[in-house]
Design a protein around this ligand. Structure first.
Ligand code: DAH
Length: 364
């Protein structure tokens, strides 16, 4: 075990560490030069077999060589770790100035935003939002609203029955009302009158159901918004003013509505409400040079139904019709979205294709 040999082993180890370009290579060099079968370790093991006078000398040399090797290893380890950390910082840096919306955020459906926009008009006037169940007692959907037992709207060709009634109009389960998917939001009127203190000023947005086939102008599940105002001294002019305010808030300051006589069991008198065509503002009427597709040159667009709440409804809901009166209206949101945004096919609204909803933007 010559001193030059020990030096050579040491120098080879130091050279190997210096040559290691990364931590993996250094780990391999470490095993080769400091592991149990490395030349220095083997040499160390041979010390015991040396004659006593050579032992101390060899022990010292090998000890010094091993000390120098482990120092060099630690130094190179620190160096390579620092290099790796610096590289990782560069390679894995996050550029916080990159556009953040590579995964576009979702948006609410245009029907939802339309419905809330209408509701907001009334909330800002002090109305409250009222809701009712979509699976509704037949009593609320029809009876409380003064539909006679054999009214055609109750038939299964219009109404989804969850629990039916007999031919004679009596419920199939004794002493219980039939149960339907509500065909309109009007039953919320009766629920509100029975559960709230007077006066009542509410708007009821919601989903309703009818046994229609899905086509360009019908869908079995659609949305309505209902309004009910019950107070002392309300008259039809309050109804008219409220309708005018709504269409002005939604379609512009020069809008107006008109009422045409109609019949609904729960209002008396009842009317169909039209709004001025918001595209031609009525100017296409009789003007062949400027026809209007939106209103078919009629000048008006039909919005929905309205009227003064029938005293029979008030009585059914425990309200004194001698003291209180009020008005109500209801209309479909799908139809409003169709003419407000020129949607030609109602199926687009239910199919969930983002190519339809995207142009409506990200309104929240
Ligand atoms: N519920 C009616 C329907 O679905 C619409 C309606 C008409 C609602 C007159 C009203 C009203 O509140 O007063 O066709």
């Amino acid at each position: 075990m010559k001193p030059e040999e020990i030096e050579r082993m040491r120098d080879e180890a130091l050279a190997a560490f210096a040559a290691a370009g990364d931590l993996d290579a250094l780990q391999a060099a470490k095993v080769a030069h400091t592991g149990g079968t490395s030349p220095l370790a083997l040499a160390n093991r041979e010390i015991g077999a040396l004659p006593p006078q050579a032992k101390a000398e060899a022990g010292k040399r090998i000890g010094q060589a091993r000390g120098a090797v482990s120092k060099a290893l630690a130094a190179r380890q620190t160096e390579l770790e620092a290099e790796r950390d610096a590289r990782v910082l560069v390679e894995e840096a996050v550029d916080v100035t990159l556009p953040y919306d590579r995964v576009p955020a979702g948006a609410r459906h245009p029907l939802t935003t339309m419905m809330e926009r209408v509701a907001d008009v009334f909330v800002s006037m002090g109305y409250e939002i009222a809701e009712g169940p979509e699976v509704e007692a037949e009593w609320f959907n029809f009876d409380a609203l003064n539909f006679v037992p054999d009214h055609p709207a109750r038939q299964t060709q219009d109404t989804f029955f969850v629990q039916g009634t007999r031919e004679d109009g009596k419920p199939t389960v004794d002493d219980e009302s039939g149960i339907v998917l509500r065909t309109h939001t009007s039953p919320v009127q009766a629920r509100a009158l029975l559960s709230r203190e007077l006066p009542v000023y509410i708007v009821c947005p919601g989903r309703v159901y009818r046994t229609d086939e899905l086509d360009a102008t019908h869908t079995p599940v659609f949305h309505q918004i209902e309004l009910l105002a019950i107070d002392e001294g309300l008259t039809m002019s309050d109804l008219k003013g409220t309708l005018d305010h709504m269409v002005q808030a939604l379609f512009g300051a020069d809008m107006k509505t008109r009422l045409r006589p109609n019949y609904f069991p729960f209002t008396e008198p009842s009317a169909e409400m039209d709004m001025l065509c918001y595209v031609c503002r009525g100017e296409s009427v009789g003007n062949e040079e400027r026809p209007c597709r939106t209103c078919s040159s009629e000048g008006w667009i039909e919005l929905g139904g309205c009227g003064m709440v029938n005293p029979r409804v008030l009585t059914a809901c425990g309200v004194d019709p001698e003291k209180y009166s009020g008005f109500a209206f209801g209309f479909g949101i799908e139809r409003m979205l169709m003419f407000r945004h020129n949607v030609e096919d109602m199926r687009d609204m239910v199919e969930g294709d983002v190519r339809f909803t995207r142009p409506f933007g990200m309104e929240i």
